[in-house]
Design a protein. Sequence first.
Length: 185
Amino acid sequence: MNKTLDKLLRKLRYRYFLPYIKDNSIFVDIGCGDEAVFLNQVSPKISEGVGLDKFSGDRIIGNIRLLSANVEKEIPLSDDYADYVSMLAVLEHLNHPEAVIKEANRILKKNGLLFITVPTPVSKPVLEFMAFKLKIIDQFQIADHKKYWWKKETVALLEKCGFKVIKASYFQFIFNTRIIAKRCN
């Protein structure tokens, strides 16, 4: 993902969640990408960050540990590990989203927060036009989308997997949903 518009959209996703992150916390970013941009942005606030992505490669950069992982099989972290888990623009790429959400619940500490963004069905033709016709966003990422999610169905999935949704709203008009959910069990 190196297109300028991709970078701008990514920055807009991240900005919303930053005020919720407390100092000296443990933060896990599922689907962090090979550059782990969000983790690098929060790194001064957190004590430890873990990025999980099948394209990241295994390496350590300061207080951030990147692990090459297929999160649809299992997340290689212990129970009650993290204060925060993020899945920003990830859910739409998963074949088994419920399994990954359950794993996020498992690795979160009680009352830990999950941050999610996901494109809605309304965004599909717009994203495809920008990727395949205008070529101003990453074609590979858009071609990899398995499902576009409405806010209501994303909330239902999170509740089914043991989360209490604290905030859920559309952003970028109605093209995306952003959610903050708390682990309850």
